[in-house]
Every structure is written in C-alpha cells, then in structure tokens.
Write a protein of this length. Sequence first.
Length: 107
Amino acid sequence: MSPKINARPRHVPKTGSLQIWCKATGCRNEDYSRPAAATSSPDAALIRNVLAVHHWYDAIRKGATIGDVAKREKVTTSRIQHMIGLAFLAPEIVGQIAAGTQPIGFT
C-alpha cells in the first residue's frame, strides 16, 4: 500500500514563505512527519539508485542494450526503463540528493 500524504499549513505568515508539514499514513512507521520542502538527511537508497542509473546509462550509450544491462545487473528491463529518467536530473537536484535536501517527492 502506498502512503497517503495529508498536508496542511501549521503557520501562515503575513510575509515570507509558508512551511508545510506532512504526515504520511499507510507506511510501516505511521508516525512519520517531516517538512514537505526537503528531507533531513541523505536517502542512501536514492543515492544508490542515482549512481546505478548513471552506470546503466553509460553502458547503454556505449552500445549495450537494456537487456544486456538488465542481465548484468540482475534486474528486469522494466526496472531500468522505469528508473532511467534519474540519469537526466539537473545537477542542482543531484546535489540536493547528495546533501539530503531534495524535495520530499524524490524519495
């Protein structure tokens, strides 16, 4: 079951920015809250995925097929096709992922 996120403002300032906190439900840990704007620490799985996808994309650029890469990496071709978009993230987003400050949707 995928988590459901309910967001509501805690404080609406007259000037400046609005900070929204989200509570995810349907997760293994249902008492999970953090700022909607960014995570608090680097997501190791996301970092591993971004690195893997860059490796896969380099192999494909050098002439390997998606099937070749999938067989070598012991994943399905569907997984590679689903994740390959991570190879095209803006450098700013990749830097945010490394620092753990990526938008909450990138988890």
